[in-house]
Design a protein around this ligand. Structure first.
Ligand code: ADP
Length: 314
């Protein structure tokens, strides 16, 4: 900042002070303008970076969606291809079993029972594969009506009476379930979802353990009135980092090589479809499903609680 003058001694002390003050303010204004310019440039750079990252994320999402679709397509094709020969095997086994000569041979009967049991299990797996594919393709639409929970749960308990007895597991239904208000659900699909949750509770609870089911109405913030069903077991539990991923199809925490043909054997491996089916069904009912567990511990058995919320019938 320069001051010039025509006549000597034109500036007094006050002028110098004024000019000084002006100079200080001007330098602050210049500095602010420079900072503002820097900030602007930084913002533009950040915007470009965010746009780039969003584009990358969109690409990754599209790739994952494609991979997930491939997985669904594969499951669907494999299930259809397996179903036809399975039906043929089951039909012929039924015929062979009824041949009188076969019935005289105990070892043959035992062998045939084994084959029939194996094909029945395979049929269950194939049906689960078809369910997952249908849920993924949104072709499994629920026929909603007012459903009372008690009979559905009692039916499931009856279906597994033999397995529960063999494993000495107590499946207790809370008496309050009988007074729970009716849900807006497809009874077949609801049974399937609860069946998958309960079968897992049996599978991941050691012999002599217990499973407790209770239900009641809850008011979920902003989402209205729901029935909350809680299935609690005294099993091996689930680590918190796996609480979300277990609901993905084909995901299982156990070792893949420990597969068994039984559905309720302790820690028996399955195809990793049960929870995906349960989650798909709950989603198609506009409900919510999640798990609570203190962690995985085969010694102290912290157990797991699966919670399902389904809208109430009006
Ligand atoms: P799977 O066919 O393996 O049972 P699911 O989709 O039903 O497939 O379950 C996925 C995984 O979640 C299981 O392999 C198991 O590790 C874990 N899991 C599910 N339910 C329970 C439970 N009640 N207790 C402990 N672990 C469980």
């Amino acid at each position: 900042l320069t001051l010039s003058r025509a006549a000597p001694a034109s500036f007094n002390q006050d002028d110098v002070l004024l000019v000084n003050t002006f100079a200080i303010q001007a330098s602050i204004a210049l500095e602010n303008a420079r900072l503002y310019d820097d900030l602007n440039r930084f913002n533009q750079m950040m915007e470009r970076m965010v746009e780039q990252r969003v584009e990358e994320l969109n690409n990754a999402y599209r790739t994952l969606e494609k991979l997930d679709k491939n997985k669904s397509d594969f499951i669907q094709v494999a299930a259809h291809e397996l179903r036809t020969p399975l039906t043929v095997i089951k039909g012929y086994m039924g015929m062979i079993k009824s041949v009188p000569a076969m019935q005289k041979e105990p070892s043959m009967i035992q062998a045939m029972e084994g084959v029939i049991q194996g094909t029945n299990r395979l049929h269950q797996v194939v049906n689960s594969m078809l369910d997952v594919a249908r849920l993924d393709n949104q072709v499994l639409t629920p026929h909603l009506e007012a459903v009372t929970l008690g009979p559905v749960l009692r039916l499931i308990r009856k279906d597994y009476a033999e397995e529960l007895q063999a494993r000495q597991i107590n499946l207790e239904l809370d008496p309050d379930i009988n007074s729970a208000p009716p849900l807006l659900a497809d009874s077949e699909l609801l049974k399937k979802a609860l069946d998958n949750i309960i079968v897992n509770a049996i599978k991941f609870t050691p012999d002599g353990g217990s499973i407790f089911v209770n239900a009641g109405p809850v008011n979920v913030d902003g989402r209205g009135e729901y029935c909350e069903i809680r299935v609690r077991d005294t099993g091996i539990g689930i680590d918190s980092e796996n609480h979300t991923i277990i609901f993905e199809k084909l995901y299982q925490l156990g070792k893949v090589e420990f597969h068994s043909s039984g559905r309720t054997k302790f820690k028996g491996g399955g195809p990793g479809l049960g929870l995906a089916i349960a989650a798909g069904i709950v989603k198609s009912h506009k409900g919510k499903i999640w798990v609570e567990s203190a962690g995985y511990d085969e010694k102290n058995l912290p157990g797991s609680t699966f919670i399902i919320q389904i809208p109430l019938a009006k």
